[in-house]
Design a protein around this ligand. Structure first.
Ligand code: URA
Length: 227
């Protein structure tokens, strides 16, 4: 019988590096992930339930932004002392799979600017190589939500972060959002960019010999775009 408590028993997983945050490990999140991990899940459901997790990731990312005190008048004629977001944001998706996270970001942040970076393996050097980058001109003044659904080895994300830094973005203003991370990828991110915050839905067991996350969900881009 399943445990009906809203929050699962503490997850005994790998200890996270200090720059990494995991979404609250609730039964609901686990149920959403179970649907998208299932190889029988049809493409339309994969998209729908991934989008729900992406919204949770974006909301968690927004929790890391600074705020300023702000007082408003409510319709009751009384003031409310609250806060407003300080600073502007943009999204940057790592193509191709990261593009699948753009809709979820737009649902939370209306008319958000979104840049794109394409990184592929250089066949000569076997290293991740930048093929294309289109970023907002004022990206150096913005907080950046970097989007890639699966943090496997971290090779593409590290290269993307180098590109962002070359464009003037401060590492501490980069929030890297992913649905599933590997412990190896998280360690790699922390060793190279300890100031970049990494926000993951779940941290899986490890990478296999082909650098797929296991148990994982297979190839995210294939499942999102081809079903
Ligand atoms: N990219 C994916 O889509 N899946 C993995 O398991 C690793 C990288």
């Amino acid at each position: 019988m399943s445990n009906s408590a809203a929050v699962k028993a503490p997850v005994t997983g790998p200890k996270l590096p200090p720059n990494a945050t995991r979404l609250p490990q609730t039964q609901q999140l686990d149920a959403l992930l179970t649907i998208i991990r299932d190889k029988e899940t049809p493409r339309s459901d994969f998209i729908f339930y991934s989008d729900r997790i992406i919204r949770l990731l974006v909301e968690e990312g927004l929790n890391h932004l600074p705020t300023l005190e702000k007082t408003v008048m409510t319709p009751t004629g009384l003031p409310y002392k609250g806060v407003s977001f300080q600073g502007r944001i943009c999204g940057v998706s790592i193509l191709r799979a990261g593009e699948a996270m753009e809709a979820g970001l737009r649902e939370c942040c209306r008319s958000v600017r979104i840049g794109k970076i394409l990184i592929q393996r250089d066949e000569e050097t076997a290293q991740p190589k930048l093929f294309y980058a289109k970023l907002p001109e004022d990206i150096a003044e913005r907080w950046v939500l970097l989007l890639d659904p699966m943090l496997a080895t971290g090779g593409s994300a590290l290269r993307a972060i180098e590109v962002l830094i070359q464009h003037g973005v401060k590492p501490e203003r980069i929030l890297f959002l992913n649905l599933i991370a590997s412990p190896e990828g998280l360690d790699n991110m922390y060793r190279n960019f300890p100031q970049v915050r990494v926000i993951s839905g779940w941290v899986d067991e490890k990478l296999d010999e082909k650098s797929y996350i296991i148990p994982g969900l297979g190839d995210y881009g294939d499942r999102y775009y081809s079903g």
